[in-house]
Design a protein around this ligand. Structure first.
Ligand SMILES: Cc1cc2nc3c(=O)[nH]c(=O)nc-3n(C[C@H](O)[C@H](O)[C@H](O)COP(=O)(O)OP(=O)(O)OC[C@H]3O[C@@H](n4cnc5c(N)ncnc54)[C@H](O)[C@@H]3O)c2cc1C
Length: 397
């Protein structure tokens, strides 16, 4: 490459892509981020952010900003189809259950913190630290011993030392370099749908998370105070890719139309929702996350799924470890990528295994399994246990 600083092109401005941009910039790389959507996504679903991701966020200097966005529900209500409460868990008990060094964040808020960090102006410079090109996709990849040429949908060709594919579960980078998605995608036979509600359905109090689970499907309404609420759908299906092709406006009313509770109000709001997240719950299984100068990161690489509740954390930790490996081996990319893979793989595979185990418990099809699933939460909602958990939290803080 002609400049002294190595250069990376990162495809995708989600949590994985923005984390990679930040960490590589911190490691002294020039970075271009390419994002398909015309502008930044906002909101999204709530993610638990802990473990290796929390540690990495601390090292990368974004933890204080993330901590400001932490949200805890005032209460979690588990309801019956007629809206009556089966049991409730107070917010302070939820906090005690989640534990220390753990945050509950909206995905959009994590992206916002990362975006601000990567676009902050370096002292004395007129532009942001990292360039982000919206409304642009990846079209072609060609590698040679000295670099990689990335052809973008706008016709430009970007030369780089490293291409990071952080473009999610249905990664185009992965398809172009590693082969067809069908060869590496493991469907867990569930769908997830999320969208922002403009009106809190009647019967749900501001600040409360209320959820109903019956026969292989869950609906949760997550209220984050007076003006922010999201509806979250998760359900079983034997034909996930067909559901995906049909889209949320067809698939969600069919799966939930007879559920009762606040479903009519929520489905009514679905018809006028601006943006709806709707996807299969699937993992990615590849034996090596890099090919030459192309490396996959985040959901494009492993997608541990929401069942593991760890994808954001692993995306940030993966980016941090990638930056560290490149710092350790500035002149030996193959060694850096091999070391990085070996470091992240055990944790990613552990979480993938956990995701596959949890799949059966997520939206049980019979009442007994539901009762077993809810037992720990029911215990936590019991006043003496709740008090004990809260005391433990006070001792720790
Ligand atoms: C409902 C739900 C709940 C979850 N809960 C948790 C949780 O509790 N804890 C947790 O840690 N994780 C959770 N996760 C997982 C977590 O959200 C993801 O693992 C994490 O956000 C990392 O995503 P990513 O950046 O790899 O991919 P994505 O978020 O999919 O981002 C990919 C980006 O690439 C862009 N893109 C796609 N294709 C192209 C292209 N061809 N060209 C350019 N750009 C492209 C997309 O527009 C997007 O901006 C949850 C996920 C879901 C769906």
């Amino acid at each position: 490459m002609s400049t002294n600083r190595p250069r990376a092109v990162v495809i995708g401005a989600g949590i994985a892509g923005l984390s990679a941009a930040l960490r590589l910039h911190q490691a002294g790389w020039d970075v271009l981020v390419v994002e398909r959507t015309p502008s930044r996504r906002s909101g999204g679903y709530a993610v638990a952010f802990a473990g290796v991701g929390y540690d990495a966020a601390e090292r990368m200097g974004i933890l204080p900003e993330l901590a400001k966005r932490h949200i805890t529900p005032d209460r979690m209500d588990y309801v019956r189809p007629d809206g009556r409460t089966r049991f409730s868990v107070p917010g302070r008990t939820v906090r005690a259950l989640v534990g220390e060094r753990s945050l509950n964040l909206l995905r959009g808020d994590v992206e916002d913190v990362l975006y601000r960090a990567v676009t902050a102006q370096a002292p004395g410079q007129g532009s942001g630290a990292v360039e982000i090109r919206f409304g642009t996709s990846i079209a072609r990849v060609e590698q040679d011993p000295d670099g990689v040429d990335v052809t973008l949908s706008d016709g430009t060709v970007e030369r780089a030392d490293l291409l990071v594919g952080a473009d999610g579960l249905h990664s185009a980078t992965r398809r172009l370099v590693f082969g067809p998605e069908d060869d590496v995608r493991l469907d867990l036979n569930h769908m997830a749908g999320v969208f922002a509600l403009d009106t809190l359905p009647a019967g749900i109090e501001p600040g409360v998370t209320a959820s109903l689970t019956d026969t292989g499907r869950t609906l949760a309404v997550v209220s984050l105070g007076a003006d922010r609420a999201v509806a979250f759908f998760g359900y079983r299906t034997e034909r996930p890719m067909d559901e995906l092709a049909e889209g949320p406006q067809v698939a969600l009313p069919r799966a939930y139309g007879d559920m009762g509770w606040v479903v009519p109000s929520v489905l009514d709001q679905l018809t006028r929702a601006g943006s709806v997240y709707f996807d299969t719950i699937s993992q990615i299984v590849v034996d090596r996350w890099s090919r030459g100068r192309v490396v996959l990161l985040g959901d494009a690489a492993w997608c541990v799924t929401l069942f593991a509740g760890y994808g954001s954390a692993l995306a940030v930790a993966g980016a941090d470890a990638l930056g560290a490996a490149l710092e350790r081996h500035p002149d030996d990319l193959p060694v850096a990528l091999r070391e990085w893979d070996a470091e992240i793989r055990p944790e990613a595979e552990r979480k993938q295994k956990l995701g596959r185990q949890i799949k059966g418990l997520y939206a049980p099809t019979d009442r007994f399994s539901l009762w077993v699933r809810d037992l720990p939460l029911r215990l936590a909602s019991w006043r003496p246990v709740s008090a004990l958990l809260q005391r433990r939290l006070q001792l720790l803080s």
